[in-house]
Design a protein around this ligand. Structure first.
Ligand code: OSB
Ligand code: MG
Length: 387
């Protein structure tokens, strides 16, 4: 497989509903879309970096810089026998997993389309439907939260996750348990607490939650292990698991009992498969995280979720919760039983509406063998900026 051309676009899409976490509130989604051309086919990778370095250190601007200056020269016009070779080819670049993942995942899509195989089969997946859960942001009032949960349960979602932060935690969980009984429920703190809050977090044990996701800081394994010894609710790590090696350390330290996999966080599909297999070998269930992706990234998440150890419903929900219209048509929909069908066509298996991508584009650049060299790629030759 040879990548003949790499295209970068910065897109802006309005969110149907604002999304609020312990980091703050998001009304529009700004993200980078990578398109690779090779052998008469195309492959797409949606980057999960955001505008701000709050969930992760990467931002759209660092991704643009790293792909343009360091990744494109290492993949454009290079022969790869298989997309699993892409991540190792980027080893000289430390970190920047979201930038690496966007390109690596596009390479998997390109490869799968060249093979005329759906992505899930190339990834080694084993199921044709995935269980879907929702992630509900922090709301204005507890009444708004209850209304939102009611709406999502009616739509069929099998598991509800709510975002928590100090001041929006015990009462939020309590009202859901009061109104909706023993539904599968979990919370995500996005690192909003510290070990000194252990006694407070232990009060969540009374609610029988499936798990608490990333209660403590993004680089903290030791304190998560200490917290897990003091609470009965299983800890699931998200932000902390930046590499497979860190996951090994976290499992050895008993810092978590569950792991959330987001390919963007670990550098793509190949590293996600390694993480999935590591967790399976240690009896750690995994589920697929979400980053408010458009239908393109959402389809990628669905394909990866077909691997066997994705045994818990993920944050992979229907398109219409996020964007209307989405960049793909038809959009991704949830069945009344709370599952999503895995696309069966080649590659990502969804139809991208080029005109919607074009309309959402703020900036575009491309790299081919003429405009990509390691020392200062000539972005000016192939770029366009819209105001
Ligand atoms: O922590 O899982 C998270 C969204 C953006 C950044 C981080 C997270 C999230 C979500 C949303 O929880 C999941 C989704 O619905 O895509
Ligand atoms: Mg999370």
């Amino acid at each position: 497989m040879k990548i003949e051309r790499l295209e970068l676009r910065l897109l802006k899409l309005p969110l149907v509903h604002f999304f609020e976490t312990s980091f703050g509130r998001m009304d529009d989604k700004h993200f980078i879309l990578v398109r690779l051309d090779g052998g008469g086919r195309v492959g797409y990778g949606e980057c999960v970096a955001e505008q701000d370095p709050y969930y992760s250190a990467e931002t759209n601007e660092t991704v643009w810089h790293i792909i343009s200056e360091f990744i494109a020269p290492r993949v454009v016009n290079v022969e790869f026998a298989h997309p699993r070779e892409v991540f190792p080819a980027l080893a000289a670049i430390r970190g920047h997993n979201m930038a690496k993942a966007a390109v690596e995942m596009a390479a998997w899509d390109l490869f799968a389309r060249q093979q005329q195989e759906p992505l899930w089969r190339v990834l080694g997946g084993t199921r044709d439907r995935i269980a879907s859960g929702v992630s509900i942001g922090i709301q204005r009032t507890l009444g708004d939260l209850a209304a939102k949960v009611e709406e999502e349960l009616a739509a069929g979602y099998r598991r509800v996750k709510i975002k928590i932060k100090p001041g929006w935690d015990l009462d939020a969980v309590a009202i859901i348990r009061e109104r909706f009984g023993s539904i599968p429920l979990m919370v995500d703190a996005n690192a909003a607490y510290r070990l000194k809050d252990a006694a407070h977090l232990a009060k969540l044990d009374a609610f029988g939650l499936m798990m608490i996701e990333q209660p403590l800081e993004y680089d903290d394994i030791a304190d998560h292990a200490a917290l897990q010894r003091r609470i009965a609710t299983p800890i699931c790590l998200d932000e902390s698991i930046k590499t497979v090696r860190i996951a090994q350390d976290a499992i050895a330290a008993r810092a978590c009992r569950i792991i959330n996999i987001k390919p963007g966080r670990v550098g793509g599909f190949q590293e996600s498969i390694r993480l999935h297999d590591l967790c399976a070998a240690h009896g750690i269930p995994v589920w697929h995280g979400g980053m408010l992706e458009s239908g393109i990234g959402r389809a990628a998440n669905i394909h990866l979720s077909t691997l066997p150890n994705f045994s818990l419903p993920g944050d992979v929900a229907a398109s219409k919760r996020y964007f209307n219209p989405d960049l793909i048509d038809p959009p991704i929909e949830i069945a009344p039983d709370g599952t999503i069908a895995v696309p069966r066509d080649a590659g990502l298996g969804v139809s991208i509406v080029d005109e919607r991508v074009e309309r959402a584009t703020l900036r575009i650049a491309f790299h081919n063998s003429q405009v990509s060299t390691l020392k200062g790629s000539s972005l000016g030759l192939g770029s366009r900026v819209d105001s």
